[in-house]
Design a binder for this molecule. Structure first.
Ligand SMILES: O=C[C@H](O)COP(=O)(O)O
Length: 255
């Protein structure tokens, strides 16, 4: 079964409303780079989601970077899944390494978020990946497998089939170092095999697996050419409309 490629930006804590508006206007002028057979999304700060939803080209969906896994309540500073869903948010990140390391999010908390995202009919983007010392001590497969299994626990096979997993080696994020496309493919294939063995074979065929970590216009095609990599989760290079459009063109050219 063909999986639809996905180019997803993660703006992290960047951009004011005015800057987001300028991005949307600029991307609108370059919308010919957007390919009909590819999905696009930007996970942006909450304050910019409205202007993006109104102004981005229709092919580009909006995503959130975080959510709190409760329906509502006295959780100062948090946002509920149904607030995001009602707003028109399609994707929500869960388990990004910055949330794991800077905010102490456990696999259990990440799993609660993933389940809450699914229960509200949005698509979870479960981020997984090893840090440098784990890579150097040969633990990549074990670390990633644990994060995937715990992150997806309790989901039905059809929920897993709709989910997105982003493999982001922590040492590659914002560092200018990427995994080689071949090494990323090895991990992506292991993730797919793991899901087939432990969850459901059909879900393993459908689930989309992205690579993230210093993806740029000049290297994105090499990742998309790998059979088990279905797109990219891009930080820094998603902040400029021209760069986002260049990555969209590179993916279109690689299809
Ligand atoms: O979510 C995105 C990743 O953290 C990658 O960020 P980067 O493309 O700036 O390395």
């Amino acid at each position: 079964m063909a999986r639809t490629p996905l180019l997803m930006g993660n703006w992290k804590m960047y951009k004011t409303v005015a800057q987001a508006r300028a991005f949307a206007e600029a991307l609108g002028q370059q919308s010919s780079a957007l390919h009909g057979g590819v999905e696009y999304a930007i996970c942006a700060p909450f304050t910019t989601l409205h202007v993006l939803r109104v102004m981005l080209p229709a092919q580009v969906k909006i995503g959130a970077q975080n959510v709190y896994p409760q329906k509502e309540g006295a959780y100062t500073g948090e946002i509920a899944p149904m607030m995001l869903a009602e707003f028109g948010t399609q994707y929500v990140l869960a388990g990004h390494s910055e949330r794991r390391t800077l905010f102490g999010e456990s696999d259990q908390m990440i799993n609660h978020k993933v389940r809450a995202i699914v229960e509200n009919d949005m698509v979870p983007v479960l981020c997984v990946g090893e840090n440098l010392s784990q890579k150097e001590s040969g633990q990549t497969q074990a670390i990633v497998a644990g994060q995937v299994v715990q992150g997806l626990a309790g989901l039905s096979a059809s929920d897993v089939a709709r989910a997105v997993i982003a493999y982001e080696p922590v040492w590659a994020i914002g560092s200018g170092k990427t995994a080689t496309a071949e090494d990323a493919e090895v991990v992506a294939k292991e993730i797919r095999n793991l899901i087939a063995e432990q969850i459901d074979a059909s879900a393993a065929v459908s689930v989309r697996i992205l690579y993230g970590g210093s993806v740029k216009p000049n290297n994105i095609a090499s990742f998309l050419q790998q059979p088990n990599i279905d797109g990219a989760l891009v930080g820094g290079a998603s902040l400029e409309a021209s760069s986002f459009a260049d990555m969209a063109s590179a993916i279109g050219g690689a299809l």
